[in-house]
Design a protein around this ligand. Structure first.
Ligand code: DGL
Length: 259
């Protein structure tokens, strides 16, 4: 495989841009193609079968664009579909799931919180992860409607603050000292979250870890782009271009695509 081929990323919407930014930062010479399947967001309320079918549709498009590696930049798609996707495709596929292990290392109160979608928290993969840490209290909270509001461009609506407070307060009361952001949309809420929880609580988002893992997998597969020109970055959405542009620095790299 030609190592100048792009890395393909997809998410149910704009959330995975938080991962894409970390990848672009760590691997500046890589070309990237990002798909925001906003027309079908949120994935978090969908069935496992629907999430697998949507993920296949996204990957098939990225493969048609000759991507050399896929990043499933969505916790919900990873936790519900990654094994089916790896069984179907031969190219390397990297996923993202809530960073429970790092949180269990960091916590001093032995109480960690995981804020994620319903699809992630009810997945078999996530429940198997939780079972490994029986000595830690894991407070799970579904972030109902957070993705929906972000996708509608309503991050700063009072409703967002209200919902965050409803979700976070009980977690704080239960003694959480480490909060895992288990959805790639949520890093866009960090400044709001910080205002609602005590300062000592660590917030874990796994974007940088995914970028590092991507570099390792590229190296292992001889796929690292050895060129020295900044990569071409393309962002596609099948819904509103203007909303995706709010989250991407180079507005001219964002286009509408009916996929
Ligand atoms: N960014 C997706 C995730 O990480 C959001 C899923 C959704 O669309 O509900 O889970």
């Amino acid at each position: 495989m030609d190592n100048t081929k792009p890395i393909g990323l997809f998410d149910s919407g704009i959330g995975g841009t938080t991962i894409c930014k970390e990848v672009n930062l760590l691997l500046p010479y890589e070309n990237t193609i990002y798909l925001a399947d906003s027309k079908n967001a949120p994935y978090g309320q969908r069935t496992k079968e629907q999430i697998i079918a949507l993920s296949i549709k996204n990957i098939d498009y990225l493969i048609s664009q000759h991507c050399k590696l896929i990043i499933v930049a969505c916790n919900t798609a990873t936790t519900n579909a990654i094994s089916e996707l790896r069984a179907k495709y031969s190219l390397p596929i990297i996923g993202i799931e809530p960073a429970v292990k790092p949180a269990t290392i960091l916590t001093k109160t032995a109480v960690i919180g995981v804020l994620a979608t319903k699809g992630t928290l009810t997945s078999e993969l996530f429940s198997n992860t939780v079972k490994k840490y029986s000595d830690i209290v894991i407070v799970e909270q579904i972030g109902y409607d957070l993705v929906k509001l972000i996708e509608e461009g309503k991050i700063n609506d009072p409703e967002m603050d209200y919902l965050l407070q409803q979700y976070l307060e009980p977690m704080v009361i239960k003694g959480m000292d480490t909060l895992v952001l288990g959805c790639t949309h949520y890093p866009y809420l960090i400044s709001k979250i910080k205002k609602l929880i005590p300062e000592h609580i660590n917030i874990i988002d796994s974007g940088a870890a995914v970028a590092k893992h991507t570099r390792k997998v590229l190296e292992e597969n001889n796929l690292l782009n050895t060129g020295k020109t900044i990569g071409k970055r393309l962002f596609y959405t099948n819904k509103e271009v203007e909303i995706l542009r709010l989250f991407v620095e180079d507005k001219s790299s964002v286009h509408y695509l009916d996929f």
